[in-house]
Design a protein around this ligand. Structure first.
Ligand code: ATP
Ligand code: MG
Length: 357
């Protein structure tokens, strides 16, 4: 059931996370006023390198208890590689949430926004507007495997790909439902069944099987090599693109890259069953090179807030936020420096909140 009272765990993390998250909250508060919602934001200092510095851990032992009752997690960015190696900070926080909360969907909207120059020639807003759906829990990123004859010239290294029926069907179901909810009703599956001869034909088989339940969705498949080329050459062909963990990973970085700056793209790590809280964050990281200067673009964080609202059943409010973002990005004088505008993080956040009210 959709509730108008939302309990949100807020984790700003490191670097520019601490600057853009407050702007995300500002816009969510503005959305609450306009759309009659109420937020209970609970801020947490863990999952940050500061916290690691104080405790030697990225998360407290009782982190699950502390996050209990949260409808979702609104996340900034984690990582401060000068102090804590990225694999320690990442595996100790974000990847733990992903696994423990079974956030098996990584969802990334890929949309060219007004005022953002695309690196692709002759592309305008409206030409690029699709979703990448990445399987987030299995596939090529299993830690099953091993080494033999280590250190000799007969050395062998093996790592398995895990494609389970359960894991495949649930990500496909999410992707088909998303496609069905969109006007184009078009799903593209990323595969490589001409080269990877066991797991990928199975993936294709499951796509065909699942398609039987969604007669109104047009389905096609591309091998990952040509698919990446088509993202660049014909991004207007796509509506919802689904891929395994590795293929989805590649596509979910390539997609936002085709839409210009990294500063505006959002991402959701979602458990569609609602059993666990889902986590919404910008695509960008903690950006140590610009942290503390007040110049980071807050749009990716704010858009992540819109995704969070949509996930929690408040589509109208989510659309309102995205519209406010578009209004602000359309005006050069309201953009941040990375987009050639004069504003800092806070003023850009305020402009979007104003556009919403
Ligand atoms: P990750 O740790 O997530 O892999 P990263 O640390 O490699 O990411 P980012 O932190 O995303 O990379 O930064 C990459 C580049 O983009 C940096 O030069 C950074 O300044 C810039 N950048 C990132 N986010 C923003 C933003 N919100 N506004 C402006 N510039 C940004
Ligand atoms: Mg980083």
């Amino acid at each position: 059931m959709t509730s108008n009272k939302l309990n949100i765990a807020v984790i700003a993390g490191d670097g520019i996370g601490k600057e853009v998250v407050p702007e995300g909250l500002r816009v969510l508060e503005a959305a609450a006023k306009r759309y009659d919602l109420s937020f209970d934001f609970k801020e947490h200092d863990f999952a940050s390198c500061d916290y690691y510095g104080r405790t030697g851990e990225m998360l407290p032992e009782d982190w699950k208890t502390r996050l209990e009752g949260s409808d979702a997690i609104f996340f900034g960015a984690v990582g401060w590689p000068d102090v804590v190696p990225d694999h320690v900070s990442l595996w100790g926080s974000l990847l733990k949430f992903r696994r423990e909360y079974d956030q098996y969907v990584n969802l990334r909207p890929v949309r060219l926004m007004p005022g953002v120059p695309s690196p692709l020639a002759n592309r305008a807003p409206g030409d690029i507007d699709f979703y990448v759906v990445r399987e987030n829990t299995e596939g090529e990123y299993s830690s099953i495997g091993g080494k033999m004859y280590e250190g000799t010239d007969r050395e062998i290294v093996v790592q398995e790909t895990v494609i389970s029926r359960h894991g495949t069907d649930r990500i496909l179901k999410f992707a088909f439902e998303l496609a069905q909810s969109r006007p184009a009703k078009h799903l593209t599956s990323a595969t490589k069944s001409n080269g990877i001869s066991i797991t990928m034909p199975y993936w294709d088989e499951r796509v065909e099987e699942m398609a039987k339940n969604y007669g109104d969705v047009k389905v096609d498949k591309y091998h990952i090599d040509i698919l990446t080329a088509q993202f660049v050459l014909n991004p207007d062909w796509f509506d919802v693109v689904v891929g395994s963990n590795l293929f989805g990973d590649i596509l979910s970085d390539l997609g936002p890259a085709c839409t210009g700056t990294i500063g505006v793209a959002p991402s959701g790590n979602i458990d569609p069953t609602g059993r666990f809280p889902s986590l919404f964050e910008p695509v960008h990281g903690s950006a140590p090179d610009i942290a503390g200067k007040g110049i980071a673009n807050p749009v990716g964080q704010i858009w992540a807030g819109a995704m969070m609202l949509e996930h929690l059943g408040h589509k109208e409010a989510a659309d309102g936020i995205v519209q406010a973002i578009e209004t602000v990005l359309s005006e050069q004088k309201l953009r941040t420096g990375d987009l050639g505008g004069p504003l800092g993080t806070v003023d850009c956040g305020k402009a979007i909140a104003d556009a919403l009210s």
